[in-house]
Ligand binder design. Structure first.
Ligand code: PFF
Length: 448
């Protein structure tokens, strides 16, 4: 077996984990679900889900990965031999692969929109709805999704340190800079304050049961939880890695980037008198219309879609690393062979996702097109359920005390406020919140 690689530095591993967390979820998905769920009130519920559920589950996953030194499925097998807990890992791999089947579609749109903004600006902003339909239904969507996948594969071929870590260390700070430029632009538009109010002033009458489920699923999605990503990444962390500070950095940066994305998007949308409830097309239909009517809009459009692509790339890398690491750890595949298998799966199940905006638009299962089905399946079912099972694993197999000990190993301090609240949060708060939200959603689904 090949020797397993480790991240070379604390900064590098934090950038890689933040790179995984910060993705389409923070910009494209976050803004559109905030938009359809009425703004501020949803943000409050989302933040509660991050702190009460996401944070303890993140700690759980980081400790499972680092203490076993193995990726998702193998980690469970090593920590609980002769048991069935490895199924939790399998669910995670399924969730990651499901997301991996539609993620390149949206990553491809953002890459394509960088070029469209550069070379075909007038066509892009003439009628943004028609332009998006034409782009996403045509050959360009396939070409750019394939390009996004190809770049990801090239990075993964170089391995954990030279590929994932180096690429994240370069791209994440770049993303931060572009984001700040866009927020300043958006906030200084006349009429921007209305967008700020939409994002921060809660109107709880707009919240629905579906909104709670959206918030819970999205907190897992955004922090890359429930799919073995954090288990896999932390398995490359050395024993002297400071997990408490990594945890704080991941959660703070992920949340901050989502809020900044909201501040880049909503003020611009409101300033131009557009509708924030557009849905999945918000970033690709509504926002270009806002860019079209601001000075130097073309430059901001290029920057925005570049930002989305960078965010998507570092996340897609982590998504594919999950099944890849499984093939390497469990079945002793070489990186090349593993990547060939993973890419084949993603291509076979990913092509229908691109096509669901074109020739497959009329093909629906349970009333959803293929793309939406993949997204909903992962977020509403796989992630919360895998998250809950992961918690049960900590409670009934690995042990809360062992997990807490692992969390503090390598930290310079004897204790940490997160370690103090972790046992209570993982035993009671997180599982209760997941169960209540899932049951409530199931009930309302059953009632139609
Ligand atoms: N956390 C990523 C985002 O917010 O876009 C999405 C993601 C990463 C999903 C890794 C799944 C995954 F395995």
């Amino acid at each position: 077996m090949q020797k397993r690689e480790n991240f070379a530095s604390q900064f590098g591993l934090i950038m890689a984990a933040v790179g995984s967390a910060v993705g389409l979820g923070n910009i494209w998905r976050f803004s559109y679900i905030v938009g359809i769920n009425g703004g501020g009130a949803f943000l409050v519920v989302y933040l509660l889900c991050v702190v009460l559920v996401g944070l303890p589950v993140l700690i759980a996953e980081l400790t499972i990965g680092r203490s076993s030194g193995l990726s998702s499925v193998s980690a469970f097998q090593k920590l609980a031999p002769r048991s069935f807990w490895w199924i939790v890992g399998v669910m995670g791999v399924l969730a990651a692969t499901t997301i991996g089947c539609y993620y390149p579609t949206v990553a491809g749109w953002s890459l394509g929109y960088v070029f469209e903004s550069m070379f075909d600006w007038n066509a892009l902003v003439g009628d943004t709805g028609a332009a998006f339909t034409e782009f996403s239904a045509g050959w360009k969507a396939i070409v750019f999704a394939a390009a996004a996948l190809a770049v990801t594969v090239v990075v993964l071929l170089r391995g954990v340190t030279a590929g994932i870590e180096r690429c994240s260390k370069l791209l994440m700070p770049m993303l931060g800079v572009i984001m700040v430029v866009l927020v300043v632009r958006s906030l200084t538009l006349p009429g921007a304050m209305e967008g700020v109010r939409f994002l921060f002033a809660p109107d709880f009458t707009k919240l629905t049961v579906g909104g709670f489920l959206d918030a819970l699923g999205h907190s897992f999605y955004s922090l890359s939880l429930g799919m073995g990503v954090m288990i896999t990444y932390s398995s490359y962390m050395k024993k002297d890695t400071d997990l408490p500070s990594a945890t704080v950095s991941i959660v703070t940066m992920d949340t901050a980037i989502a809020i900044l994305a909201g501040l880049a998007i909503f003020p611009a949308v409101f300033a131009m008198g557009l509708d924030p409830g557009e849905g999945a097309g918000l970033a690709f239909v509504t926002l270009p219309a806002a860019f079209a009517s601001m000075p130097f809009g073309q430059i901001f459009s290029i920057l925005f879609f570049l930002l989305v692509f960078i965010a998507a790339l570092t996340s897609l890398i982590s998504i594919l690393q999950v099944p890849l690491a499984l093939l390497e750890d469990r079945f002793h595949f070489s990186v090349k062979k593993g990547l060939a298998v993973v890419s084949a799966v993603v291509i076979v199940f990913g092509v229908p996702s691109v096509l669901s905006f074109g020739p497959l638009a009329g093909f629906t299962i349970l009333g959803m097109d293929y793309f939406t089905l993949m997204d909903r399946l992962a977020n509403d079912i796989f992630l919360p359920v895998a998250g809950l099972l992961g918690i049960l694993f900590i409670l009934f197999s690995f042990g809360v005390a062992a997990s807490k000990r692992e969390f503090l190993t390598g930290s310079k301090r004897e204790s940490h406020f997160l370690a103090t609240i972790y046992p209570f949060a993982i035993r009671f708060i997180a599982p209760a919140a997941i169960i209540v939200i899932l049951l409530r959603a199931a009930l309302s689904f059953a009632q139609g």
